[in-house]
Design a protein around this ligand. Structure first.
Ligand code: MTE
Length: 402
């Protein structure tokens, strides 16, 4: 069997890269049907190598080393994290930078494998604020970056990446060191026993199986910090990108925040509408949208004429419900208090009601979103060598029976 054969996995998940490593997304309609919170068995998985096999005993003795350019280096156990810092629970949507890459690979094969539009998932993550841990170790004045390393062994060393110290210490960015998802211990695929979760940034920054945090004067030197999660300039093809190393080391091309994006979940690409429409006079087009960096999606627009005219869709932000409730010191979730928080770190849902007539007379539905910084999804694809951050207008062709 494969190195991960010991992990049970939901048969509804679609494997994206053969047998190993395990990379998967649900079918978009299944993901959408889950609603706001994704159960962990349908949560997308992006693994660069074999999942470290960590048993209960090793997990109980897990050591998170925090060291480097700081006054008070330390090693923390899970028990230390649970008892010495404020425990919080936050709903967070993780999105792989490769979400929707399949559309790019149709135009020209990129360096990455094909994700559909379900390379994202949402969970209630429980853990402690990274900012609190950094305050505890006291970074000194030479520290500029916070480097994170996981326990997975890859051909070019462990997985790792970094954050700017100024971002990592910003409590509003709400980066957390997490041990639980939806109230249960992390699944092996999602970083058991401990991971970083970085809201609003691409999933690649949320290091799984986290065992080391280093305060440093330079950014992460890990292989995949340089050779993944970049949007290289458009003229560069995959072959040239492989050869010309300098591009990968150019700090301008790193991806941090997610860009604004949206997709249509209903109808899905294969759906034949007539049978459904025969039952009622109107049809509800539905989908999701998200933005990066804590920004809110402020409008979603639908077009039936390939973008000549647009109409506003109705947006629902389930995340807002969490702003109206609060609880403290729950034995599993710790504190949940988002009443003072106005950032958006989760996906939202949109819907648009159309008459049967209008659907019959049109060939395609197009959607685009805008965020509160007025960033608008582009009409044209920004094809790039790694095939990342694809957010051009999402289009579904309407299939009729006749
Ligand atoms: N962390 C480690 N240690 N190893 C990895 O391969 N993949 C990253 C990130 N953290 C990865 C990792 C990438 S590219 C993504 S998109 C997210 O984990 C995916 O998180 P998930 O598998 O829990 O959905």
């Amino acid at each position: 069997g494969t190195p991960d054969a010991w992990i049970p996995r939901d048969p509804r998940l679609v494997r994206l890269t053969g047998k190993h490593p395990f990379n998967t997304e649900a079918k978009l309609r299944d993901l959408y049907a889950e609603g706001f919170i994704t159960s962990s068995n349908l949560f997308f998985v992006r693994n660069h190598g074999a999942v470290p096999k960590i048993d209960q005993e090793r997990a109980d003795n897990w050591q998170l080393k925090v060291h480097g350019l700081c006054a008070n280096p330390t090693t923390l156990t899970l028990e230390d994290l649970r008892t010495k810092f404020q425990v919080v629970t936050i709903p967070i949507t993780l999105v792989c930078a490769g979400n929707r890459r399949k559309e790019q690979n149709v135009v020209q094969q990129s360096l990455g494998f094909s994700w559909g539009a379900a390379g994202l998932s949402t969970a209630l993550f429980t853990g402690v604020y990274l900012a609190d841990i950094l305050a505890f170790v006291h970074p000194n004045r030479w520290a500029k970056h916070v480097v994170f390393e996981g326990a997975d062994e890859l051909p070019n060393g462990p997985y790792g990446t970094s954050q700017l110290l100024s971002w990592a210490t910003d409590a509003q960015k709400r980066m957390i060191i997490s041990w639980a998802m939806n109230g249960l211990a992390l699944e092996p695929d999602h970083g058991y026993p401990l991971r970083l979760v970085v809201p609003g940034q691409i999933g690649g920054r949320s290091v799984k199986w986290l065992n080391r945090i280093e305060l440093s004067s330079v950014e992460s030197q890990h292989h995949l910090h340089f050779h993944d999660n970049k949007v290289l300039p458009m003229p560069l093809g995959p072959d040239q990108a492989r050869k010309e190393k300098k591009w990968w080391y150019d700090p301008r091309y790193i991806i941090r925040d997610l860009n604004v994006n949206s997709a249509i979940a209903q109808p899905d690409h294969e759906e034949i509408l007539d049978t459904l429409l025969a039952l009622r006079p109107t049809y509800t087009i539905k989908g999701y949208a998200y933005a990066g960096g804590g920004r809110r999606v402020t409008r979603v627009e639908i077009s039936f004429d390939s973008g000549t005219t647009w109409e506003l869709a109705f947006i629902k932000y389930p995340e807002d419900a969490y702003r109206t409730v609060s609880f403290a010191s729950d034995p599993i979730y710790g504190d949940l208090d988002m009443r003072e928080v106005d950032t958006c770190f989760c996906w939202c849902f949109w819907s648009f009601e159309v008459s049967l007539e209008r659907l019959k007379n049109n060939n395609a539905i197009v959607v685009r979103g805008m965020d509160e910084a007025l960033a608008l999804q582009p009409r044209d694809m920004y094809w790039n060598a790694t095939g990342m951050m694809n957010n051009w207008w999402f289009r579904v062709v309407i299939h009729h029976l006749e």
